[in-house]
Design a protein around this ligand. Sequence first.
Ligand SMILES: NC(=O)c1ccc[n+]([C@@H]2O[C@H](COP(=O)([O-])OP(=O)(O)OC[C@H]3O[C@@H](n4cnc5c(N)ncnc54)[C@H](OP(=O)(O)O)[C@@H]3O)[C@@H](O)[C@H]2O)c1
Length: 278
Amino acid sequence: MAETPLADRRLAVIGCGNMATAIVGGLIEQRLLSPDQVVGHDRDAQRQAALVESRGITGADSNAAAIDDADIILLAVKPQNAEEVLAEIGPAVTDSQLIISILAGTKTALIESHCSGSVPVVRVMPNTPALVGCGAAALAPGRHAGEEHLALTRAIFDAVGISVELSEDDLNAVTGLSGSGPGYVFLFVEAMIQAGIDVGLSPRASHQLVAQTLLGSARLLLEDSAQRTPAELREAVTSPGGTTAAGLEVLRHEDFGGIVRMAIHAATERSRELGRGK
Ligand SMILES: NC(=O)c1ccc[n+]([C@@H]2O[C@H](COP(=O)([O-])OP(=O)(O)OC[C@H]3O[C@@H](n4cnc5c(N)ncnc54)[C@H](OP(=O)(O)O)[C@@H]3O)[C@@H](O)[C@H]2O)c1
């Protein structure tokens, strides 16, 4: 295996669900880790077996057995299972190990409080496009995490998309924006597909055209050689008195932008509430 930040590191995955499967898959496909560097445990034996069989990683009999010998521990259970997992593994984690948590709303201070010593913790808010290698993740260090720990975490999440480094206070906003973002996009897509059907297209044709329009627009946004802003890209497809102008006029009149901003504010606030245990 080539020299990478993860060379010779052992990764323990606690919870082998959707996100863990996406992350482990990305790491192995990108050859950042080989299967024998990864061990996983899930209380759902079928979930664990699925990841073990699909990726060739090692399955452990318990969370405690999984973290024994690991350099990096990826916490990938649901937030409501955080306390039970931390009560089980916290006392056994040492300062030379790194905990990476993707648990929404679970503060690094809570994780640190279950560990003795100065265990480094990095909190990450990924999103589901990580399943297809196009995730957007934000990461924030806990009290004892340094540059080396952030670099290791970035190497992991860059394998399934992109990552940005922020402060922990920003993660509620990230949850409301890119964590929940795929949900908003899919609602918009559902509405576009239905509108296509309403104006006479078959469901299949409408679905294909909308999905490709979304992909093409995202690629223009990311790859446009002139690096045009979203507003410039919009203006480039809008002729005065034309079809796009007619459609945009309705969206503006109904305050589409204001509705999107309200949705992101609501999701950000909900993330804050969840962090306070509400
Ligand atoms: N999915 C997203 O869009 C998204 C985005 C950002 C962040 N996240 C975060 O990612 C985390 C994982 O989400 P996910 O969608 O991958 O969840 P998931 O598919 O439900 O996977 C979690 C797995 O952990 C297992 N588990 C629960 N308690 C356990 C324990 N004590 N020991 C070992 N395994 C245990 C669960 O088993 P049971 O089914 O038996 O409980 C389940 O198989 C969550 O904390 C979420 O906040 C998710």
